[in-house]
Design a binder for this molecule. Structure first.
Ligand SMILES: Cc1cc2nc3c(=O)[nH]c(=O)nc-3n(C[C@H](O)[C@H](O)[C@H](O)COP(=O)(O)OP(=O)(O)OC[C@H]3O[C@@H](n4cnc5c(N)ncnc54)[C@H](O)[C@@H]3O)c2cc1C
Length: 410
């Protein structure tokens, strides 16, 4: 008789979305890479707070950092439809949300360059990024005095001849220590003097080593509890001089450039949440089937079974939405409709991941908080997904305003 383990059954049940041939190829390739990095690898990186360099290098060697870079710049020219598969697989195969976050910037921060960068910038940098020789892992928007209200950023870039002089402070900026460049948002025109608050912001490409060499940048790592191996930083810029050639796209139009691409990125984050929820459930289903208390597997108790079943249903529902929204990105001209789906996907997927991780901890009893069972890490990460890259409340604000036509609340 053919043996049929719980894991085999589970792997079958993850395939609830019909994939294109290209998506299947992405899935198989990413799974193959992930097989080299087992649960112990991620556990050790998390405990030590060490960036998963080997994993990142492996993805780079296989050309994945060029996922969204067009073929003419040596990239793979992939679509959002394929990137959601890639990031879901990274998270689902044991790495969780943090593994996806470790490389997320490397995939996404090249997008503004592709869409708005000048030809010299693209030719100099994009092929090297695609080959994994240079990285643009950091994106600097958030500031202590602005928070979610991102048009209130105070970091300024003042023109001085053919240069800009940048001053200000950023907070929570991830992967600065794993990056050669940062895409930096700064105000080139004060908020008080623009006709719309979304105007007057400019996107810069800043070489980090050059900023340190000028003595114009200081950074300090933030001590945090989730995503331990992906570090986030406070940054202080003091009289940093950059060339006007380092402006990505148009001066004063950086906010709109940032928004363009944000929906796709939110979808990809949602797929990372789906993958995290799936990893948490996989660990729990195995445990529920094996752990015996009162002489029977705990999975026989409905108090254990139902939360797992409910979390599974919610994860799969979120997954359906993510995948259908990702294919809509390819075919839809209506950016607002895609934006609504992206925000709903992110909201649903983050909540579903949280429920799955919570059920996973409960299923494990006391071992739910033991590092060796991994679900406590998934739980910490799932909590984080409700905060980043935008909070759940801000996603709801978007839905309220754009889908329900309710008054803007902020
Ligand atoms: C681990 C981590 C990594 C990050 N990486 C990056 C990065 O690489 N680059 C970057 O630029 N940023 C990054 N961020 C920042 C992240 O995007 C912000 O933390 C997030 O957008 C929320 O901003 P805030 O923390 O200032 O919260 P606040 O804006 O201070 O909000 C606090 C609370 O109030 C709620 N709130 C505020 N206004 C409203 C409103 N109008 N309606 C309803 N509720 C409201 C919020 O939802 C939230 O719950 C990261 C954050 C973390 C934690």
């Amino acid at each position: 008789m053919q043996s049929y383990t719980v894991s085999d059954a589970w792997m079958v049940q993850r395939d609830t979305v019909r994939l294109t041939e290209q998506q299947q190829l992405v899935r198989e390739s990413i799974r193959e890479i992930c097989e080299d990095f087992d649960a112990a690898y991620w556990r050790e990186r998390d405990a030590a707070g060490e960036y998963p360099r080997e994993f990142v290098d492996s993805l780079a060697e296989h050309g994945w950092f060029g996922a969204l870079i067009p073929e003419e710049y040596d990239g793979a020219g992939m679509s959002t439809e394929e990137v959601v598969v890639m990031m879901e697989e990274i998270a689902a195969n044991g790495g969780g949300f943090s593994a996806a976050q470790a490389v997320h910037g490397a995939i996404y921060n090249s997008v503004p360059l592709v869409k708005y960068g000048n030809e010299e910038m693209k030719e100099n940098l994009l092929p090297a990024v695609a080959r994994g020789e240079e990285s643009i892992q950091a994106f600097g928007l958030t500031e202590p005095n602005a928070g979610s209200d991102s048009t209130s950023i105070e970091t300024s870039a003042e023109r001085d001849g053919d240069e800009f002089v940048i001053n200000g402070q950023k907070i929570w900026i991830s992967r600065v220590d794993a990056s050669d460049y940062i895409v930096l948002m700064a105000r080139t025109t004060p908020k008080e003097t623009v006709d719309k608050r979304t105007r007057g912001m400019t996107m810069f490409l800043v070489e980090l080593e050059e900023a340190f060499d000028q003595g114009a940048l200081q950074i300090e790592r933030i001590d945090k509890t989730a995503s331990n191996f992906v570090h986030s930083f406070e940054m202080w810029f003091e009289d940093l001089r950059v060339s006007e050639d380092d402006v990505i796209g148009e001066e004063d139009e950086g906010f709109y450039q940032m928004l363009d691409g944000l929906n796709e990125e939110r979808l990809v984050i949602a797929s990372e949440c789906v993958g995290l929820g799936e990893a948490a459930l996989e660990a729990s289903v195995d445990y529920a089937a094996e752990r015996e208390v009162f002489g029977r597997p705990i999975g026989e108790n409905q108090a254990i079974q139902h939360p797992l079943a409910e979390a599974y249903a919610r994860i799969q529902a979120a997954k359906q939405m993510v995948y259908s929204a990702a294919s809509a990105v390819e075919s839809s001209e209506d950016a607002e409709a895609v934006g609504s789906q992206a925000n709903m996907s992110k909201f649903l997927a983050a909540d579903a991941a949280f429920e799955a991780a919570d059920a996973a901890v409960q299923t494990h009893g006391g071992f739910g908080v033991a590092r060796e069972y991994d679900v406590e890490r998934y739980f910490r990460e799932a909590r984080l997904t409700r905060l980043v890259p935008i909070t759940q409340q801000l996603a709801l604000n978007y839905i309220g305003e754009n889908l329900l036509d309710l008054p803007r609340s902020y």
